[in-house]
Ligand binder design. Structure first.
Ligand SMILES: *[C@@H]1O[C@H](CO)[C@@H](O)[C@H](O)[C@H]1NC(C)=O
Ligand SMILES: *[C@@H]1O[C@H](CO)[C@@H](O)[C@H](O)[C@H]1NC(C)=O
Ligand SMILES: *[C@@H]1O[C@H](CO)[C@@H](O)[C@H](O)[C@H]1NC(C)=O
Ligand SMILES: *[C@@H]1O[C@H](CO)[C@@H](O)[C@H](O)[C@H]1NC(C)=O
Ligand SMILES: *[C@@H]1O[C@H](CO)[C@@H](O)[C@H](O)[C@H]1NC(C)=O
Ligand SMILES: *[C@@H]1O[C@H](CO)[C@@H](O)[C@H](O)[C@H]1NC(C)=O
Ligand SMILES: *[C@@H]1O[C@H](CO)[C@@H](O)[C@H](O)[C@H]1NC(C)=O
Ligand SMILES: *[C@@H]1O[C@H](CO)[C@@H](O)[C@H](O)[C@H]1NC(C)=O
Ligand SMILES: *[C@@H]1O[C@H](CO)[C@@H](O)[C@H](O)[C@H]1NC(C)=O
Ligand SMILES: *[C@@H]1O[C@H](CO)[C@@H](O)[C@H](O)[C@H]1NC(C)=O
Ligand SMILES: *[C@@H]1O[C@H](CO)[C@@H](O)[C@H](O)[C@H]1NC(C)=O
Ligand SMILES: *[C@@H]1O[C@H](CO)[C@@H](O)[C@H](O)[C@H]1NC(C)=O
Length: 475
């Protein structure tokens, strides 16, 4: 079974309101070269974060009630690296179940292929247990690294069909066999992070998303990194390029072991993204190219051994469409901040997929020298891809989010085609642009969500004119 969904943002190449004044060339998707450089400065390295069995918060292990078998059990997992993030796995069991780690009086557990022997240190608890447990029926015991019962960092499941109690040694022995989640549970729910769901309206930037799983990677390219070079036509240099991101996610999954089907699966992703880019494109002759520069991937493993592996991957990239009709130097500077992007992606119920925030703040400038009709449309892209594998590969999921704010800059020279604009500053505004330089600059940002197998939907789109002017030659 493979599920995947993603969020992709697309930058429109060019939108012009006043088509009489200027011509607009739409640059379509081309088979763009993808360049991977060798040097990148990164504040964060690939990390692995292991979530091990942890005590359930708020459970009093001395409470005599914890010996009573239950059909719903919640098991917790915590990380020694990320104290704010927890994983809560709740099983609705087919049989009455006891979580041995929740009984303080059980001081040791010894397992074999046919038995689980539990030693108590308190005869009152032992007597109560003897009355509560089902001596001649089916029960499930869940162990947690007490003795030889389960792999390191995992819990063990044992299916018992009879029990014996030794009043002098205070040992209860189950005649049992090793089992697992799929053979003992009816449904399993996994919650990671605790962001309240279907609660998007209440969210504001002041809410603390705790506990949840957060990453704050940042990378920057060395100054004057050549992003793309296609001699002799085009060289694109990043005078500066830096990216930073805040990324927090949580999610929920419900699996039905009887029907072998996924009942529910959603993610809540909060993201902050900032990018500063300054690009120079040197075009030596009429040229038109789209390229992608993918400087870095950062992988983060979030592992609950035996249960769940989530591998967020953060990919930063720069795209640019460059077109010029003649020899030209184009520069553009872009700063974008997305402070509070929130997405709720429901894989099974498209109508619950929702987004809020994503309000960008930005500034941009562009400059041309040369004699040309030209475009430079840079986009700074952050892709968050989440790979999730559950129950040792029973469910494999790949999911993503791409935030791709872009700027389009069209420069169109009209009239005196021979005028060299280098250093030309004495320009006046003129909407007809019969004899001058038209600049049309926009901020474009689209966000769409898709669950590959099921749906694709547009979530968010903004298209803001920044500068739309005709500078007329007055010299
Ligand atoms: C640039 O190339 C693309 C794809 O090859 C084409 O669709 C587009 O029209 C070209 N742009 C200009 C301004 O020629
Ligand atoms: C992280 O791991 C991936 C795959 O193993 C590798 O391509 C990438 O360069 C690594 N990044 C860092 C910063 O170590
Ligand atoms: C966290 O736990 C893992 C696995 O038990 C261990 O290898 C690692 O050293 C621990 N890290 C810290 C910082 O305690
Ligand atoms: C764990 O999940 C179960 C079921 O969703 C819930 O009843 C329980 O309160 C949760 N526990 C914690 C500590 O979040
Ligand atoms: C039994 O063991 C638990 C956990 O080690 C301890 O808290 C408790 O005091 C012990 N009880 C007796 C009667 O020794
Ligand atoms: C209880 O355990 C002791 C010590 O192993 C053993 O001698 C005795 O026979 C056991 N009693 C029962 C009823 O099995
Ligand atoms: C062990 O103790 C329980 C509770 O006191 C009692 O019901 C049971 O009969 C005893 N078993 C034996 C073999 O004495
Ligand atoms: C779980 O247990 C059942 C019954 O013993 C077995 O058929 C199945 O292969 C086990 N699954 C895993 C993942 O170990
Ligand atoms: C999406 O969120 C907005 C507020 O952020 C809310 O008004 C709207 O009802 C939500 N839509 C759905 C389908 O939950
Ligand atoms: C990340 O969050 C911190 C603290 O809220 C904030 O100072 C920083 O500007 C954020 N960075 C981005 C890229 O959103
Ligand atoms: C535009 O580019 C020219 C030539 O490189 C330079 O002299 C001028 O200062 C630039 N203008 C701005 C506003 O960056
Ligand atoms: C704008 O251009 C038109 C046509 O070239 C000209 O008639 C008009 O005077 C110009 N306006 C300004 C403010 O320069």
């Amino acid at each position: 079974m493979k599920y995947s969904f993603g969020l992709a943002a697309l930058a429109a190449a060019c939108v012009l309101a006043d088509e009489d004044a200027c011509t607009c060339h739409t640059i379509e998707d081309v088979e763009a070269p993808v360049i991977s450089p060798s040097t990148v400065t990164s504040s964060t390295a690939n990390t692995t974060n292991v979530f091990a069995p942890a005590p359930a918060p708020g459970v009093d292990t001395h409470d005599i009630a914890s010996v009573v078998p239950q059909t719903q059990v919640s098991l917790h997992y915590g990380s020694n690296l990320t104290t704010s993030a927890t994983v809560n796995v709740t099983h609705t069991m087919k049989y009455p179940t006891v979580v041995l780690e929740q009984i303080a009086s059980i001081v040791s557990v010894d397992c074999s292929s046919t038995s689980v022997a539990m030693t108590f240190n308190n005869s009152d608890v032992f007597d109560t247990t003897q009355a509560a447990w089902i001596a001649d029926g089916t029960m499930v015991f869940i162990t947690n690294h007490l003795g030889d019962c389960d792999p390191v960092l995992e819990r063990g499941f044992f299916l018992s069909n009879s029990l014996s109690f030794n009043n002098s040694t205070l040992i209860a022995t189950a005649s049992s066999m090793k089992a697992n989640v799929s053979s003992t549970a009816a449904t399993t729910e996994i919650t990671f992070g605790n962001i309240p769901t279907s609660d998007l309206a209440k969210r504001t930037s002041t809410i603390t998303w705790d506990p949840s799983y957060s990453l704050t990677p940042a990378i920057s390219l060395p100054a004057d990194t050549t992003l793309y070079s296609y001699p002799p036509y085009l060289t694109v240099t990043a005078d500066t390029a830096s990216f930073a991101s805040n990324f927090t996610f949580s999610g929920y999954l419900k699996y039905d072991w009887l029907a072998l089907s996924l009942e529910d699966l959603y993610f809540d992703i909060d993201i902050g993204f900032s990018a500063a880019l300054e690009l120079t494109a040197e075009v030596a002759a009429s040229y038109n190219q789209t390229f992608t520069y993918a400087p870095s991937s950062l992988f983060y493993d979030f592992t609950v051994p035996g249960i769940l592996t989530i591998g967020p991957e953060l990919i930063f990239a720069v795209d640019a469409e460059v077109y010029a009709s003649a020899q030209t130097t184009l520069t553009t500077g872009v700063e974008v901040d997305l402070a509070d992007g929130i997405v709720h992606v429901d894989l099974l119920h498209e109508s619950n997929t929702n987004t809020s925030g994503w309000t960008p703040t930005y500034s941009a400038n562009a400059n041309i020298s040369g004699m040309a009709e030209a475009q430079i449309n840079p986009t700074a892209k952050l892709t968050v891809e989440i790979e999730i594998s559950i129950f040792g590969g029973l469910i494999d999921l790949s999911t993503g989010l791409t935030a791709k704010p872009g700027f389009t800059n069209d420069f169109i020279l009209t009239g005196n085609a021979g005028v060299d604009l280098t250093g030309y500053e004495d320009l006046t505004n003129n909407s007809t642009c019969a004899n001058g330089l038209a600049i049309d600059s926009e901020f474009v940002f689209d966000l769409s969500a898709f669950a590959t197998e099921w749906y694709s939907t547009d979530l968010y789109s903004v298209d803001v004119p920044i500068l739309k002017k005709c500078f007329e030659f007055t010299k």
